[in-house]
Design a protein around this ligand. Structure first.
Ligand SMILES: Nc1ncnc2c1ncn2[C@@H]1O[C@H](COP(=O)(O)OP(=O)(O)O)[C@@H](O)[C@H]1O
Ligand SMILES: N[C@@H](CCC(=O)OP(=O)(O)O)C(=O)O
Length: 379
């Protein structure tokens, strides 16, 4: 790896590692060698002075094996039931492996709703920080029992990025059943070429990652690219590498390159803005005209009522909303100063017109720049 990457690994104090179902499964059950090698490497890194956090899939695979289903169930309730059976055994296995190195682990189960709710997000952050301060390794999975389509992450890739942002991690490592990101799905395109470094997630990279997942994974490469977008746009680098390589983590921290490295933006986004941009749940969207789009994206301005063309959804003051251009592309997200109904009444109006029509105006901005994060570029 190059000098900059090596410095980054050397200096990374807090690291989130995600392991996917594909690499954790073997013959319809859990791959004990992979659990052992990931635990051993993470324990050594923890003892070397880093704070390591694990996001591990594998509950469904473990449950399927335990009750002898023979195959991964198709229906949601069956998957949830299998995960409930498998999660205990999965954590027990990690607990035993980490204990061999004298370390303790903690099970943390989360849903998307937990993190999109600001207070619960802060509670989760406090708990995780306390565990880390006690030298305990948190092992996180989606709380499959209670998730519905509405609140599920659906994939642990996005959850791992949100955890990296929540904990202000220095690095996110995604261990999967393939050695790197390719410019096409190698399972269907034998000509696909390996990408060692991604400086910008281009539409071509997005398109090449849309193949379906492996037999047991969820989301495939696409959800890993979504995670890389969240992570790098917040200033946290991400690596996709093979989890079946028993030295992958150890070697990465020795300066030996593995997999694909996603270069982050230079300046780290503050923790509140990360939450607004990537973790909050949006309750609607406002469509802005071309002038407002440019002012927001290129000049970091607040969103004024005069730039708003349309509003969708019903929301209250303080809700998170997406800001979209006239083609429906999401430009960013922010916390609104007005309800949806109020924005409908004042859209397109200048501040003096609002005062003339309504007799007063509490805020000049629909979304103030302090509560706004733009994630897109405008051509
Ligand atoms: N562009 C790509 N580069 C690499 N792998 C890809 C690509 N597109 C799709 N894939 C597939 O994504 C799979 C990994 O995703 P998934 O099965 O969901 O893993 P995990 O269980 O680790 O989340 C790989 O096995 C690979 O076949
Ligand atoms: N919560 C599920 C994992 C779902 C999931 O995201 O799987 P994967 O895409 O393999 O990381 C489980 O533990 O089986």
């Amino acid at each position: 790896m190059d000098k900059d990457q090596k410095a980054l690994f050397d200096n990374a104090r807090r690291v989130v590692v995600k392991v996917g179902s594909g690499v954790l499964s073997y013959n319809g059950g859990i791959n004990h060698n992979v659990v052992a090698s990931i635990s051993r490497q993470m324990a050594a890194l923890t003892q070397g002075g880093r704070e390591m956090i694990l996001v591990s899939s594998g509950a469904v695979a473990s449950g399927v094996a335990k009750i002898g289903l023979g195959r991964r169930p198709a229906s949601m309730p069956e998957k949830q039931a299998a995960a409930a059976i498998g999660q205990a055994g999965l954590i027990l296995e990690y607990e035993l492996r980490f204990a061999e190195a004298g370390l303790k682990v903690a099970q943390v189960l989360l849903t998307r709703n937990d993190l999109s709710h600001r207070t619960r997000y802060l509670n989760a952050r406090n708990t995780l920080n306390t565990l880390l301060s006690w030298g305990v390794v948190p092992i996180i999975n989606e709380n499959d029992t209670v998730v519905t389509d509405e609140i599920r992450f659906g994939d642990n890739d996005n959850l791992s990025a949100m955890i990296a942002l929540l904990l202000d991690a220095d690095l996110l490592i995604n261990l999967t059943d393939i050695d790197a990101l390719y410019d096409g799905d190698p399972r269907t395109n034998p000509e696909a070429k390996r990408l060692d470094i991604v400086r910008k997630i281009t539409p071509a990279i997005e398109a090449s990652s849309k193949g379906s997942p492996g037999a047991v994974g969820t989301g495939g490469m696409w959800t890993k690219i979504e995670a890389a977008k969240k992570s790098t746009a917040s200033g946290v680098p991400m690596v996709i590498a093979s989890g079946s390589d028993p030295k992958v983590l150890t070697e990465l921290f020795e300066g030996i390159a593995h997999g694909t490295y996603f270069v982050p933006r230079a300046d780290k986004l503050g923790s509140r803005k990360r939450w607004i941009a990537f973790t909050s749940k949006t309750f609607g969207h406002v469509t802005v005209d071309d002038g407002a789009a440019k002012a927001l994206v290129e000049r970091g301005k607040s969103l004024l009522p005069s730039g708003v063309l349309d509003v969708s959804g019903e929301f209250d003051v303080g809700a998170a909303v997406a800001v979209c251009d006239t083609s429906g592309n999401e430009l960013g997200r922010g916390l609104t100063n007005f309800t949806a109904e109020e924005i409908r009444a004042i859209k397109g109006l200048r501040s003096d017109q609002i005062e003339a029509s309504f007799g007063c105006r509490e805020y000049d901005e629909v979304i103030h720049r302090d509560n706004l994060v733009m994630t897109a570029t405008v051509s």
